[in-house]
Design a protein around this ligand. Structure first.
Ligand code: GDP
Ligand code: IMO
Ligand code: MG
Length: 429
């Protein structure tokens, strides 16, 4: 298996960016295949901190980085993120960066609609990142999207723009908003087009060429399996498929290319936004996890909800996504706790469940069944080998891998790139 597909196995923010950055030096190309700038990936290299939302995390090591067709792309955000990274000394050019020419665009109308719907939903809101992700994917499958390749043909956009505006104008009227300002939209697109087009190409072609030459491809997932539009906690999900299979359709490489599926798993659980969360802790321990883990969203700055490790959910995610091995992150955040708990099953209406049901009310009503273990007093923070870990922390890691029925390939013990323990090299597997 020469390729690796990284996906989040919980509700996002598992530490995918850190692990992709660490693996990137072993890869020839890093590919984003779904989501958009709703993602927030933090990379720490020495005293430098990089925050990426849209660009593949391989860009920081200078590895060829590609935005695949499965991503929804906000061209103005793209420019801002590239400029910010260039300001931090990262070089981004035609040699190390490309965008799929068939990538759909996120437009200001999508951001508007995301915000209007969330505001109208009140307490029932999804708690989206407000970046227009859902509306942009709707327009893609509704065959109304404007795509990167259209930026080279803005004079011929007429009928497409008619379809898009007819749809949005009706929705906007329902929210008491004025129709789309077509002239302003075209003018904005015309201004940003050259910047985006310099990177645009049929990336499926470049990927297939490098694949034939034996390149190692690293696919970088965003969000997590529990936010998947099919398999997640619907409707409190994002609008793309976040599972490993999307790496193929979202890049233009076939399903045999996904290789080793590395599920990124946080040693406890977090969630940002609304939706069910069986092991959520609304007490001092939850507060402590949030503080020690710096659990604030990279994109929106929102406080992340925190809770115990849920082995049922992660086992399910690993099965659904065909995870070969996991990277267990943020073990250090559990340092110093007297006791740690792991959810091993649920109780619902007097029955015991070994899986998470699909119905929203059931998802909200399950009661976790816990197993309690002793915590550890020593520290795992910064450990770079098994030998550096306290015996009880090793027991916790082993129990996790047993319960999720998936082996541990990597352990991460701090935000820093090199504070990573390699148990089984995904690229050598
Ligand atoms: P992503 O969305 O999956 O890439 O994760 P985020 O970057 O949004 O959130 C993970 C946060 O945890 C970031 O601030 C990382 O720097 C940090 N992080 C990653 N791995 C570790 C770890 O092993 N220990 C600690 N303490 N922090 C980590
Ligand atoms: P990374 O890649 C955590 C959540 C939002 C909201 C739901 C829908 O950093 O792990 P959207 O804007 O996508 O329509 O919001 O999904 N969400 C994330 N939560 N990490 C992410 O990305 C997320 N991307 C979206 O909070 O609940
Ligand atoms: Mg994140």
């Amino acid at each position: 298996m020469a390729n690796v597909t990284v996906i989040g196995a919980q509700w996002g923010d598992e530490g995918k960016g850190k692990i992709v950055d660490w693996l990137a030096s072993r890869a020839d190309v890093v590919v984003r295949f779904q989501g958009g700038h709703n993602a927030g990936h933090t990379l720490v290299v020495g005293d430098k901190v990089y925050k990426l939302s849209l660009l593949p995390s391989g860009i920081v090591t200078g590895t060829l980085s590609i935005i695949g067709n499965g991503v929804v792309l906000d061209p103005w955000h793209l420019k801002a993120e590239i400029e910010k990274l260039e300001g931090q000394g990262v070089e981004i050019n035609r040699e190390n960066f490309a965008i799929a020419e068939n990538c759909p665009l996120i437009l200001p109308v999508h951001r508007d609609l995301d915000g209007l719907r969330e505001a109208a939903a009140g307490a029932g809101k999804i708690g989206t990142t407000g970046r227009g992700i859902g509306p942009a994917y709707e327009d893609k499958v509704g065959r109304r999207a404007i795509r990167v390749c259209d930026l080279a043909h803005l004079d011929d956009l007429g009928p497409q723009l008619d379809r898009l505006c007819a749809h949005h104008d009706a929705l906007r009227a329902g929210f008491g908003q004025p129709p789309v300002d077509r002239e302003a939209l075209i003018a904005e697109l015309r201004e940003i087009a050259p910047f985006v087009l310099q990177f645009a190409e049929p990336v499926w072609k470049r990927l297939n060429t490098v694949k034939k030459a034996g390149a190692r491809v690293l696919f970088e997932g965003a969000q997590g399996v529990l936010l998947d539009v099919d398999h997640g906690t619907y409707p409190f999900v994002t609008s793309s498929n976040t599972v490993s299979g999307t790496a193929a359709s979202g890049s233009g490489l076939g399903p045999s290319s996904t290789g080793f599926v590395l599920g990124i798993v946080k040693a406890y659980t977090t969630r940002v936004g609304s939706g069910p969360f069986p092991t959520e802790l609304e007490d001092e321990t939850g507060q402590r996890l949030g503080e020690r883990g710096h659990e604030f969203g990279t994109v929106t700055g929102r406080k992340r909800r925190c809770g115990w490790f849920d082995a049922v959910l992660v086992r399910q995610s690993c099965a659904i996504s065909g995870v070969t091995g996991i990277a267990l992150t943020k073990v250090d955040v559990l340092d110093g706790l007297d006791k740690v708990k792991i959810c091993t099953g649920y109780r619902l209406n007097g029955k015991v469940l070994d899986y998470y049901p699909s119905h929203a009310a059931d998802q909200a009503n399950v009661e976790p069944i816990y197993e309690e273990m002793d915590g550890w007093q020593g520290t795992t923070a910064g450990a770079r080998s098994w030998a550096d870990l306290p015996a009880q922390a090793i027991k916790y890691i082993q129990r996790v891998q047993e319960l999720i029925e998936t082996p541990v390939a990597l352990v991460s013990t701090s935000p820093e790139r090199e504070d990573t323990i390699l148990v089984r090299d995904p690229f050598q597997d």
